[in-house]
Write a protein that binds this ligand. Structure first.
Ligand SMILES: C[S@@+](CC[C@H](N)C(=O)[O-])C[C@H]1O[C@@H](n2cnc3c(N)ncnc32)[C@H](O)[C@@H]1O
Length: 287
């Protein structure tokens, strides 16, 4: 069975795809298939207007509802699927695109396999790998449209001062502008997940601050957020085992000399540029 988009192009119906694949979806293996045609149609459209669609990457192809839409949007698509039965089905269902050199099906774990040189990524992610796959994709500096559990999406997109703001917001925001563009109810999936999902648009850009040592910046941010209810002064002192500082007191003294107010602040109120400034001082005085 097929549906027809407003411009008359036939698309594959997700229910028919699941029937042909002969699978029900196993939540224990992160298999929640999107069955709402309108949402499937919308997802590629969330890419920023300037996105290059020459080579789209999809993580977790499932039974191919989104793969079908991506083949209509992009010149070429690579889909990575860890379940060998589903990867085999995708190769057969889209054999025409495979033979035309427009689709590569990679049977493997998206956290482990080599990623291709994609130009943009649109994926209804397996939620169990949200964090590792996102931090594999972000350094590639490509536009991403990703579906997460809503709570993860909101933490990723949060602004300083909000309850959701934390390590995830600062580290994702280091690479890109992050926006929640749509909330998806459990009923849009089969089998239904227990929680709401949300679609995030990630538009790469350079940060508005400089850090010399990114790895240290991330460690320092991580360290301070383990003490999010403490002042920065106490956070620096208590977390040297995480940040790797050998002389945290020297860092506190150096920050006090530059901006005493930063020491009284709590991590949840600091802008990324303020974390960057602290990191610079910490790297100079405390390592
Ligand atoms: C949430 S479903 C999405 C399926 C499909 N794209 C859709 O929208 O209906 C996630 C898919 O990712 C697959 N998957 C789970 N873990 C994976 C991993 N580590 N690497 C690649 N695929 C994975 C699952 O088998 C499942 O098909």
């Amino acid at each position: 069975m097929t549906d027809t988009t407003p411009d008359g192009v036939e698309t594959r119906d997700p229910d028919a795809l699941r029937r042909r694949a002969g699978v029900r979806g196993d939540p224990g293996r992160d298999q929640h298939f999107l069955v709402d045609n309108r949402i499937l149609d919308r997802l590629p459209g969330y890419l920023p207007p300037e996105a290059d669609t020459a080579h789209l990457l999809e993580v977790g192809g499932g039974t191919g509802g989104l793969t079908d839409r991506l083949l209509r949007t992009g010149d070429r698509v690579t889909v990575i699927e860890r379940d060998p039965a589903l990867a085999g089905f995708l190769g057969e269902e889209f054999s025409g695109a495979v033979e035309a050199g427009r689709l590569d099906v990679v049977d493997g774990d998206a956290v482990e396999v080599d990623l291709p040189e994609f130009s943009a990524c649109v994926s209804n992610l397996p939620y169990g790998i949200s964090s590792p796959i996102t931090f594999r994709l972000l350094p590639r500096s490509r536009p991403l449209v990703l579906t997460f559990q809503r709570e993860f999406a909101e933490r990723m997109a949060a602004d300083p001062g909000s309850g959701d703001y934390g390590r995830l917001s600062v580290t994702a925001g280091h690479y890109a502008d992050v926006e929640v563009v749509e909330v998806i109810p459990p009923s849009a999936f089969d089998p239904q997940p227990e929680v709401e999902s949300a679609v995030v648009r990630v538009t790469p850009r350079d940060p508005d601050y400089e850090v010399d040592d990114e790895a240290f910046f991330f460690d320092f941010v991580k360290a301070l957020f383990t003490q999010r209810r403490k002042t920065v002064r106490n956070g620096i002192r208590n977390t040297a085992h995480i940040s790797g500082l050998s002389d945290p007191d020297a860092v506190v003294d150096a920050v006090a000399a530059e901006d005493e107010g930063l020491l009284r602040a709590r991590p949840g109120s600091l802008a990324p540029s303020e974390f960057a400034a602290l990191t610079g001082i910490a790297a100079e005085h405390g390592r």
